[in-house]
Ligand binder design. Structure first.
Ligand SMILES: NC(=O)c1ccc[n+]([C@@H]2O[C@H](COP(=O)([O-])OP(=O)(O)OC[C@H]3O[C@@H](n4cnc5c(N)ncnc54)[C@H](OP(=O)(O)O)[C@@H]3O)[C@@H](O)[C@H]2O)c1
Length: 267
């Protein structure tokens, strides 16, 4: 396999870093194509990959191509190389909001296409990536994508019809969870906890709760009840969350993000 990154920005770098770390590719089998000289220099120095600003050459040399430019740059990029795609090419698009149909329309019918929605945590190798494949994709393509993105967190295949909800939950989710953490830090500072300590406590509580739930697979409602002993401190706090309709606010938050995702996909 020769893998090319069309667009070698932050996300491409995170994917590459994980692939090198997990031994999925050798640096000399990777081409990083970017129009920005500083990105090419960084990719070459840091990872020892072949760098170029020539997208057509990348397409010629590589059979797997990760499309990692901003969504608004994707059509122009693909228009310039579409004639060079053959049936040997697998396109892995991470462009947010670009549907399989939109990528196929811009890339032509020959290449196989998989769409991936990763999230920001990919950059610390703890991403949540959801993927869906076009009809012409092979089982081996899906397996490869699962391996690439699973190496930098978790990867799950879902039908494309779920992508707006996915975008809301795991795509935008890091901001929604950070918002809750920020609110808890501000609440603790109001209780005179030093800000640095409040941040550390909130972060570690977030990480620890996530790992605990993931490792135990424990039912979340049952977990909450277990933390909240009757008439205890957690119960006192939970009563305020219930009264403040926080669950309803989160439901509306996700619905708004999903609706915006649908809107952007149609644009
Ligand atoms: N960041 C996230 O959390 C996140 C989450 C999910 C999905 N994504 C998706 O990931 C993709 C990449 O995001 P990113 O944050 O890594 O973007 P980024 O850091 O801006 O990287 C994109 C790079 O591609 C270059 N580029 C643009 N057009 C090009 C072309 N025709 N040929 C070669 N290089 C070109 C850009 O150069 P210039 O800067 O000079 O234009 C830039 O260096 C986006 O489509 C985004 O929707 C990102």
């Amino acid at each position: 396999m020769r893998i090319g990154f069309l667009g070698a920005g932050k996300m491409a770098e995170a994917i590459l870093a994980s692939m090198v770390k997990t031994g999925l590719v050798n640096a000399w089998d990777v081409m990083a194509c970017d129009k920005a000289a500083d990105r090419r220099a960084l990719m070459e120095k840091q990872y020892g990959v072949i760098v170029t600003e020539d997208a057509a050459e990348t397409v010629k040399q590589c059979n797997v191509l990760v499309l990692a430019v901003k969504p608004q740059d994707l059509d122009a990029l693909l228009a310039g190389v579409r004639d060079r795609f053959t049936a040997k090419h697998l396109l892995v698009s991470i462009a947010a909001g670009k549907t399989l149909a939109a990528v196929k329309k811009a890339a032509g019918a020959r290449p196989r296409v998989v769409r991936v929605m990763p999230n920001l945590a990919l950059m610390v190798q703890e991403g949540m990536s959801v993927y869906c494949a076009a009809k012409n994709a092979k089982a081996a393509d899906r397996a490869l994508v699962a391996q690439i993105f699973g190496g930098a967190g978790a990867a799950l295949e879902l039908p494309e019809k779920h992508f707006d909800a996915v975008t809301a939950l795991s795509g935008s989710g890091p901001a929604f969870i950070a918002y809750a953490a920020q609110a808890m830090i501000e609440g603790a500072v109001a209780l005179k906890l030093p800000k640095d300590a409040a941040r550390l406590l909130a972060e570690q509580t977030l990480v620890g709760t996530g790992i605990y739930l993931q490792n135990t697979g424990r039912d979340i409602a049952e977990f909450i009840q277990a933390v909240a002993s009757p008439k205890g401190t957690t119960a006192a706090g939970l009563a305020v969350l219930e009264k403040s309709a926080v669950k309803a606010a989160y439901a509306k938050t996700l619905a708004a993000a999903a609706a915006r995702s649908a809107e952007l996909s149609r644009a």
